[in-house]
Design a protein around this ligand. Structure first.
Ligand code: SAH
Length: 352
């Protein structure tokens, strides 16, 4: 028996694992596909909704598996841009946040990977109360399912950029991606999933080895170790050149364009000198290699517990121009959900 000691949440299982589990319950393996589709394509919240499953199997499933699901605790709707922020209540009373954004191409959901975060970035709200725990596969999936159900929509893009460091919840994140991308589930394309990391080298390399078509974003935020270490403690463990090398390797292995996030903070990393150093960093890191990359510039979002400020518009424009004039492809991130604290670095964990 695979799962005899604890009652497992059935959504934590891949379709292959479900086949084994049903076999253990003396059920035909083909039933796994049906059950999986009810759970992951139709996003049911109770076995009773599964109409083509026999009563007998439903009873067995109810006895053998947990199907509880996090729920929406609160919804905030931005008056500016229709962005919606959700507080999601987990079974243990913890609350996480997810943000739904509407684009021309469809709906994109920003999900959390952990309850809180222990990376300690100086400008980010998610880390202020530390890390409580990582999210289970079911809790990662639930953010997509409950929000899609609530709005009666299909979510086409997922960005793993809410609270937490996704690469520190590596196995669950990979399983989440396998389930959400599979044909019998939400069938989201791997290309439409973005993982953002503060730069944990071994995990970036592990991800590269999996050779998935995911988009990988690095939170860079500085052109050198000196500044990076002041605002991102993780930079003390991994120097900037080695992180850049891992990112280049990710592109070489997967052929997926890599992204660099750069939050501009007044008088910290927004000078002309910083822009030029950043160009030099890209040129040196990617010398003699064709690496497809882009930079997302984001004026830092306000977090009440710290005193970081955004640069003025002219500084932002000239920083952008310096990069562009030196051949760097730059996006200025549209800020969504500003009035509901739904922007990057503003998401938090709380408790009911
Ligand atoms: N731990 C991951 C993902 C979560 S943070 C990471 O570090 O990438 C998502 C993005 O928001 C990161 O690029 C992060 O650096 C950025 N961010 C955090 N606080 C911010 C703030 N106050 N303003 C703008 N961006 C912020």
């Amino acid at each position: 028996m695979l799962y005899e000691t604890t009652i497992m949440n059935i959504r934590d299982l891949t379709i292959e694992e479900l086949k084994v589990a049903l076999d253990d319950l003396s059920e035909e393996k083909y039933r796994a596909k049906q059950v999986f589709e009810w759970l992951h394509k139709k996003r049911i919240t109770s076995f009773d909704e599964a109409t083509n499953i026999s009563k007998n199997l439903k009873e067995k499933l109810k006895e053998s598996f947990d199907l509880t699901f996090p729920t929406i605790y609160k919804e905030y709707i931005s008056k500016i841009d229709e962005t919606k922020k959700y507080l999601i209540l987990l079974n243990d009373g913890n609350i996480i946040e997810s943000v739904l954004m509407k684009y021309k191409y469809g709906y994109s959901l920003c999900i959390s990977s952990q309850v809180g975060c222990n990376m300690g970035c100086a400008f980010c709200a998610s880390t202020i109360s530390g890390l409580k725990r990582s999210l289970s596969v079911n809790e990662l999936l639930a953010q997509v399912y409950v929000i899609a159900n609530h709005n009666n929509i299909k979510i086409s893009h997922v960005v793993i950029m809410g609270s937490g460091e996704p690469l520190n919840n590596f196995d669950n994140i990979i399983k989440f991606i396998e389930i959400i991308c599979c044909e019998e589930g939400q069938n989201i394309s791997e290309r439409n999933i973005t993982i953002s990391t503060c730069g944990i080298i071994e995990k970036i390399d592990e991800l590269a080895k999996l050779n998935k078509s995911l988009t990988l974003a690095l939170s860079l935020h500085a052109p050198n170790d000196e500044i990076r270490r002041k605002i991102m403690p993780v930079a003390k463990a991994y120097d900037i050149k080695s992180v850049m090398k891992s990112m280049a390797n990710y592109f070489i292995k997967t052929n997926r364009r890599i992204t660099f996030e750069y939050s501009l903070i007044k008088n910290v990393n927004d000078s002309r000198q910083c822009a030029l150093e950043l160009v030099k960093l890209f040129n040196e890191s990617f010398k003699n290699k064709h690496i497809d990359y882009n930079v997302n510039l984001i004026p830092v979002n306000v977090v009440k517990e710290n005193s970081f400020e955004r640069p003025d518009t002219n500084t932002l424009k000239s920083f952008r121009s310096l990069l562009e004039n030196n051949g760097v492809f730059v996006n200025i991130r549209r800020e969504l959900g500003k009035d509901i604290s739904g922007s990057c670095g503003q998401l938090r964990a709380s408790v009911k």
